[in-house]
Design a protein around this ligand. Structure first.
Ligand code: SAM
Length: 245
């Protein structure tokens, strides 16, 4: 599978150095990553939990988070259905194992202590099939961490005219976000209740939720003078645990 829009964005998604990256990619590194890394560490220091050693980065893009995880001594596989994203990831980073694929085509034998997915699920129209496939690849007691745009942030951005737009057609309402080079990608808003309900059907229970505020670093680099609603947390980060059977 090749995703044309995402392929065209591969160059602008290198967030090696946030000061060189677009705000739309560097926000992950400056705001979401610390929270997610903290969730993994907290899980690993909780008595009674089997430690997380291997992680799947689902929708890894150009691989920067997967590479950060390998720096922290996790064994990491990154997968992404956009061929250009995976090409760029392989050019940039030697260590994580990068696969051009979607969850559907992963080997059934691949089983992970954790799956992390950053800014992917809001772009999937119907995530239930994907949840079902991913559930097969998380061990019992393992975790799934999903970070998406928070619905409140998207609504506040729409109100301010910041990067999100909605079609006027009430019969077929469509919401999209604009990235570099005026590339528009459709967005599907879901809240915590909806993720919790749909993942419960695949055997996951909610462990932790975070909505980290904008950091000073981000505001200093990208916030000043922008229309971005800096008072509304951008990320909804949810950790689910696969119930032991
Ligand atoms: C906003 S980027 C985020 C990339 C990376 N996780 C990051 O944080 O930099 C969204 C990624 O999701 C991938 N993607 C889109 N649809 C997908 C799907 N159905 N399954 C898995 N990945 C998908 C895209 O190819 C793209 O690399």
């Amino acid at each position: 599978m090749t995703l044309v829009n995402w392929d065209a964005l591969a160059e602008s998604f290198d967030i090696h150095d946030p000061s060189q990256a677009q705000a739309s990619a560097a926000d992950n590194k400056l705001i979401a990553w610390p929270e997610i890394l903290g969730m993994l560490e907290a899980f690993n220091s909780t008595p009674g939990q089997d430690p997380i050693t291997n992680i799947l980065d689902f929708g890894c893009g150009t691989g920067s988070f997967a590479a950060e995880l390998t720096r922290r001594k996790y064994q990491v596989v990154g997968i992404d259905p956009a061929v250009e994203m995976i090409k760029k990831a392989r050019q940039l980073y030697k260590d994580p194992h990068f696969i051009h694929s979607d969850a559907v085509n992963l080997l059934p034998s691949m089983c992970f202590d954790a799956v992390v997915s950053i800014m992917v699920f809001q772009f999937i129209a119907d995530p239930n099939q994907t949840f079902k496939y991913l559930a097969r690849h998380v061990r019992d007691g393992g975790i799934l961490i999903i970070a998406v745009h928070s619905p409140e942030y998207v609504r506040a951005s729409l109100a301010k005219g910041h990067r999100f737009q909605e079609s006027e057609n009430t019969a077929h309402p469509t919401l999209w976000i604009e990235f570099a080079n005026r590339i528009r990608i459709e967005v599907f808003l879901r809240d915590l209740t909806s993720y919790t309900r749909d993942l419960a059907a695949e055997g996951f229970s909610l462990l932790q939720v975070a909505t980290p505020p904008f950091t000073e670093d981000y505001i200093n680099l990208y916030g000043r003078g922008s229309l971005e609603p800096l008072e509304t947390p951008k990320f909804l980060i949810m950790a689910f645990q696969k119930v032991r059977v």
